[in-house]
Design a protein around this ligand. Structure first.
Ligand SMILES: [Zn+2]
Length: 246
């Protein structure tokens, strides 16, 4: 039996059978992997505490013909605050759902692994909505469907003042080009500055973050709509946020 060790973040879990779970890991070494964890829902299983969403773990897997199996694992970091606070849980779930839905299995993406790893302590201690949106903004930038926030997607000119933004065309549209796009929405200077700040955010910077709540809501709606337009279906975490947090 071939076994191998990975460093991973638990992205998602789905129960199956009496006591088993499919655990979606985002690994440093191989990108996203869905693995079977047999018996892990039994209270005495050594895997029971390990296979919880948001855990940062070291795991030993055995190679399967179709699906790998989780054999043993150690928790490197457990983010208690995410399971105890509804708002933290909801926004951490939003970021994790976006990453899960928009990545393919076995695509090595060290920058996505790093982003998830850095986002967890921040989601646990800072304003979770801001952190989740920064995470989503930076993830989209490396995902192949990045948006152009600062330059017009039609003429390439730097955006100055208020403009428009298009989900279909992938970014900002200057006032002169708005007639050339089929779909666009208002894009205020404040929203552009919000996106630019999020994109440039340094995770080592622990000074207090200030965002205008109106811009923050506009940024959230924009990312949610953009991800929805790419995936063709909505996100469960958004439904949860809108039903229970607003
Ligand atoms: Zn233009």
């Amino acid at each position: 039996m071939e076994t191998f060790t990975v460093e991973a973040i638990v992205l998602k879990t789905d129960d199956f059978g009496d006591a088993n779970r499919v655990v979606t890991l985002f690994t440093k070494e191989f990108g996203k992997l869905e693995v079977n964890a047999y018996g892990c829902r039994r209270s005495r299983s050594p895997l029971s505490g390990v296979t919880q969403m948001f855990n940062h773990i070291s795991a030993e897997l055995s190679r399967g013909a179709q699906v790998d199996t989780l054999r043993e694992a150690d928790v490197l970091h457990f983010y208690d605050a995410l399971t105890k606070d509804l708002e933290r849980l909801a926004y951490a779930s939003l970021l994790f759902e976006i990453v899960n839905r928009m990545t393919l299995p076995r695509q090595v993406e060290p920058e996505t692994f790093d982003l998830l790893k850095k986002s967890l302590p921040a989601l646990s201690s800072r304003t979770p909505k801001i952190i989740a949106l920064i995470g989503a903004c930076q993830f989209l930038e490396t995902s192949g469907v990045q948006l152009n926030f600062s330059r017009c997607v039609h003429c390439g000119k730097e955006i100055v003042g208020d403009a428009a933004i298009s989900l279909i065309d992938g970014g900002a549209v200057c006032k002169k080009c708005v007639d050339f796009v089929t779909e666009c929405r208002p894009y205020s200077e404040g929203l552009r500055k919000t996106f630019e700040t999020m994109l440039g955010f340094d995770w080592r910077d622990d000074t207090k973050l200030f965002f205008n709540s109106k811009q923050l809501n506009a940024a959230e709606n924009f990312f949610v709509d953009y991800v929805h337009s790419i995936l063709g279906s909505g996100l469960k975490s958004v439904k949860f946020i809108r039903e229970f947090l607003l």
